[in-house]
Design a binder for this molecule. Sequence first.
Ligand SMILES: NC(=O)c1ccc[n+]([C@@H]2O[C@H](COP(=O)([O-])OP(=O)(O)OC[C@H]3O[C@@H](n4cnc5c(N)ncnc54)[C@H](O)[C@@H]3O)[C@@H](O)[C@H]2O)c1
Length: 369
Amino acid sequence: MKVGVYRENGQGETRVSATPDSVARLRKLGLEVCVEKGAGALAGYPDKDYADAGATLTDAQTVSSADFIFAVNLPDTETLAGIAGGSMLVVFLAMCEDDGTLKQLADQKVDVLALERIPRISRAQSMDILSSQANIGGYRAVLEATTHYKRFFPLMMTSAGSAKPAQVIVLGAGVAGLQAIATARRLGAQVRAYDVRPEVKEQIESLGAKFIELDIGEEGSGEGGYAKELSEDARKKQQQLLSDELKKADVIISTAAIPCRPAPQLIPAETVEGMREGSVIIDMAAATGGNCALTQPGQVVSEHGVEIVGYTNYPGMVPADASSFFARNLVNLAALLVSSEEGTLVRPDYMEDEITEAALVVYQGEVRF
Ligand SMILES: NC(=O)c1ccc[n+]([C@@H]2O[C@H](COP(=O)([O-])OP(=O)(O)OC[C@H]3O[C@@H](n4cnc5c(N)ncnc54)[C@H](O)[C@@H]3O)[C@@H](O)[C@H]2O)c1
């Protein structure tokens, strides 16, 4: 059986879904691998290294006829139309409602496995693309903050004068937020963090940050470890109580998200207006509407002297390691996608495994959203 790896054609994407190391691991599972030429170029993985690892370098059309097709993002319409029936597209789908694409793939008899739907259970931890990429994103977002903030992060005492440590607030303490806390702490900032799920207090404190406790009169914990959307009253109260804290921050890294819902708005325009000039907001929720009312997705804007950064692909700014983690997640998944019978690779019954059962959004001609 063959794995195909596309060169990503999405705007600004630098990552790739297989690396020379992951190709070697896929080969050890008994899989053939074909990689579109130039697929790893932007992540620092040249074609030669893929060939040395045992991949065949090829074109997109050949990739489209593989049994399993790996991609970071959903390919363009033309590429999707060329995928052969019987293939399985394994992709970070980032789709909450079918816009017709999945129906089309179902009609083509292409199966689709949405990586973000892999359940967050212990057995699937090694395949958890949401975590591997959010972790890198949280780290890179803090580095982005340091370049926009016109001062030091750490306390500096020099013969030329002293500088105070930056006051950083992290909003949302999921995977990205916790990594942002750890990174900002390593750089010497004083960090406080807030999350609507009170159970993260301990995790925040274990990283040496202070937990901002707010009484908003409602529990924010929802199903499966995620947050739930708050009532209108609680939302207003949250914004009000948070506003006083946020106005004291030099840097805000906001990561608050609810799956398949618009990002909660935690930083209204009035709060930005009350912040000190030269402060920085890194809004990691920019792609889903932003935690800040003034965020422009993909752009850096300056409002009331505050720089608001709305970049939407932080993992793509660390492309070698982001690709490496992504690719390793896929190797671990590949071990579930094939099994060996009498020395031949076969597809097991995907509906019998809770991981593939949950993640296959198109299977055997049916959209299963
Ligand atoms: N394999 C596993 O068991 C595993 C792996 C990774 C993560 N998880 C869990 O999954 C959950 C989600 O993690 P994630 O990083 O994907 O989260 P996420 O990206 O969906 O959200 C980021 C954070 O935003 C917070 N948030 C949402 N609304 C908010 C609001 N109004 N105000 C403040 N904060 C708000 C959430 O509580 C969350 O911590 C966590 O409980 C995490 O521990 C489990």
